[in-house]
Design a protein around this ligand. Structure first.
Ligand SMILES: Nc1ncnc2c1ncn2[C@@H]1O[C@H](COP(=O)(O)OP(=O)(O)O)[C@@H](O)[C@H]1O
Ligand SMILES: [Mg+2]
Length: 392
């Protein structure tokens, strides 16, 4: 499989709202005419230095890709067999692949959605590899003008995969060009301007579009309807994250024991990207303060030093839970109210913060609103106090 990328592979862009205070990472301009081979060099340990900018808990727990994380490409599983977890998803994909192969047809268009860092880009590339397809990678904000998307479409050969990241951010003109391209493999080009303008259609080869998004609800329905499969990626279970950490340790020649891996996994918010990032910080610590081996004690000490919460909670999670306790006696509280008191927008709470808190059983959704759980109270250190109204 060739990975061809129009820009810095997998540069992800911050969600609106979540990082309002930080400078937005501007997408690089695409060069649709000449997709080039992405740089897949394996980083040497010495190069880690540039990742060593002082970072603590809050930054380390951001699920979005950090452009400084050069090593991410080299850690990406290349095949579905190497891809850990997401068993249901892999099962579905195995069927889709087998069926397409049996019919000797390209794959149907696919959409992957789910929080950042769960492996959407990775699974898309692995899928192309399974099909023996070329993989062209771009991101929606880079497809500014019709020429950008046209540049890709006309170059695609039968069976090629075009991957569009953050597909909910497609400019309208680009999206409208995609409709006939996805449905009828046809590119409609407007020639000339004003009264003399006319539309010509160009036949395209039968390609596969794979879209990825963190916000499936933000897709227009005509676009959503053109995907043959829409698949959600879910947070990883602790044992799956342990396997991911052990795999990364193996690839980076680091000595680790399963308890050390478990300590890192538990703090990774169910997210492989965060697990790998925490792993690297722990590895630095083990090299400098110890003999290089990562045990449970070393991992715990390192992550404490970097202010990574034992359950991977970040500042906003804590604020959210604390407010629930202190202002609402633990709930139930409606989403809108929660948004108002935390200053986050409801969508960000629902799509970014809640999923993880629900997953680890710190929050429950009831018909009357969100309720904090005893496990969350214990974690926040409320257990010693008198019972809250909710539990009395
Ligand atoms: N199932 C998996 N098994 C092992 N590593 C994974 C898996 N999914 C993701 N990763 C790791 O996490 C990183 C982020 O994954 P990525 O596909 O870029 O996430 P997304 O596109 O959903 O934001 C990858 O570089 C890879 O190293
Ligand atoms: Mg991605």
């Amino acid at each position: 499989m060739a990975i061809i990328s129009s820009q810095d592979a997998d540069a992800e862009h911050p969600k609106e709202g979540r990082k309002a205070g930080k400078a937005a990472r501007e997408p690089l301009k695409s060069n649709p005419g000449f997709p080039h081979q992405s740089n897949q060099s394996i980083s040497l340990p010495g190069e880690l230095a540039e990742e060593n900018a002082p970072k603590t808990g809050a930054d380390l727990l951001q699920p979005e890709a950090d452009p400084a994380e050069k090593q991410e490409e080299s850690l990406r599983p290349r095949t579905l067999a190497e891809y850990i977890g997401q068993t249901e998803l892999k099962e579905v994909l195995a069927i889709v692949i087998a069926a397409a192969r049996a019919r000797q047809e390209p794959l149907d268009h696919l959409l992957f959605y789910g929080p950042p860092g769960l492996g959407k880009t990775t699974v898309a590339a692995a899928l192309a590899a399974e099909m023996g397809s070329r993989f062209y990678m771009t991101t929606a904000p880079a497809l500014e003008s019709p020429r950008d998307i046209a540049g890709y479409l006309v170059r695609l050969k039968r069976g090629d995969v075009l991957f569009i990241d953050e597909i909910h951010r497609l400019p309208k003109v680009t999206e409208e060009l995609l409709y006939p391209a996805m449905e009828d493999f046809r590119l409609d080009i407007t020639l000339g301007k004003g009264r003399s303008a006319r539309i010509t259609s160009l036949a395209l080869e039968r390609f596969t579009l794979i879209g990825a998004t963190t916000r499936v609800g933000a897709l227009t329905s005509p676009l959503r309807d053109r995907f043959g499969q829409i698949q959600r990626l879910r947070f990883y279970e602790p044992d799956e994250l342990v396997q991911i950490v052990l795999r990364t340790a193996r690839l980076l020649n680091t000595s680790i024991d399963p308890e050390g891996a478990a300590e890192i996994a538990r703090r990774s918010r169910g997210t492989p990207r965060i697990a790998n990032r925490l792993f690297k910080r722990v590895r630095d610590y083990a090299q400098v303060r110890g003999d290089g081996h990562i045990s449970q004690a070393v991992a715990a000490a390192a992550l404490e030093l970097f202010h990574v919460d034992p359950m991977g909670l970040d500042w906003t999670d804590r604020k959210l839970l604390t407010l629930l306790v202190e202002q609402f006696g633990g709930g139930p509280v409606g989403l809108e109210t929660m948004a108002a008191v935390t200053g986050e927008d409801p969508q960000t709470i629902e799509e970014v913060y809640e999923p993880y808190l629900l997953q680890i059983g710190y929050l429950q959704r009831t018909a009357r609103g969100r309720v904090i759980t005893p496990a969350a109270l214990r974690h926040l250190g409320y257990e010693a106090q008198s019972p809250l109204p909710l539990w009395s």
